[in-house]
Design a binder for this molecule. Structure first.
Ligand code: IDP
Ligand code: MG
Length: 156
């Protein structure tokens, strides 16, 4: 089981798409173990997007991410990091495949609706950046026995 950090970016929240995007993760069978509406500070955005500091789009990315509230989610499930990235689609809305979140809801390249951790290392770091331990609430779900094959040692 993995947990990944998902951010519904300011465009998703302003456009009233939060519920529909969250539903996609629920529909997939992934479990939400953390969720909050928050405003990202300049410092937090700089931390989160530090790897892109030298890129030409960095300043506009930081101002976009701090411009309006976001919804941050901790999403848990089998292979949750890669599964979520696949559900998000390619970075640019203009070439993300239909059926993906970016492909279905947007056409912009910079206002691309959603962030998702891209590796286990990034997920760990990003979850710690956005959530305290107490804010992550794991509990079993009755439906897990039908979302997963539970007959072996691990959910399959
Ligand atoms: P990702 O979000 O699919 O992982 P990254 O390459 O890590 O994509 O870029 C981080 C974010 O920076 C993107 O989600 C997007 O908001 C923004 N971004 C990336 N490349 C460009 C660009 O060429 N122009 C404008 N914004 C960009
Ligand atoms: Mg990235």
């Amino acid at each position: 089981m993995e947990t990944t950090l998902i951010i519904l970016k300011p465009d998703a929240v302003q456009r009233g798409l939060s519920g529909r995007i969250i539903s996609r993760f629920e529909d997939k069978g992934l479990q939400i173990v953390g969720m909050k509406l928050m405003r990202i500070s300049g410092e937090l955005a700089a931390d989160h997007y530090g790897v892109h500091k030298e890129r030409p789009f960095y300043n506009s990315l930081v101002s976009f991410m701090t411009s309006s509230p976001v919804v941050v989610l901790a999403v848990m499930g089998n292979n949750a990091i890669a599964v979520s990235r696949k559900m998000m689609g390619a970075t640019f809305g203009s070439n993300a495949e239909p059926g993906t979140i970016r492909g279905d809801f947007g056409v912009s390249n910079s206002f691309n609706l959603i962030h998702g951790s891209d590796s286990p290392e990034a997920a760990k770091e990003e979850l710690e950046r956005f959530f305290t331990r107490e804010e992550l609430v794991e509990c079993g779900r009755a439906i897990d026995t039908w979302v997963y094959d539970m007959s072996g040692d691990e959910p399959e």
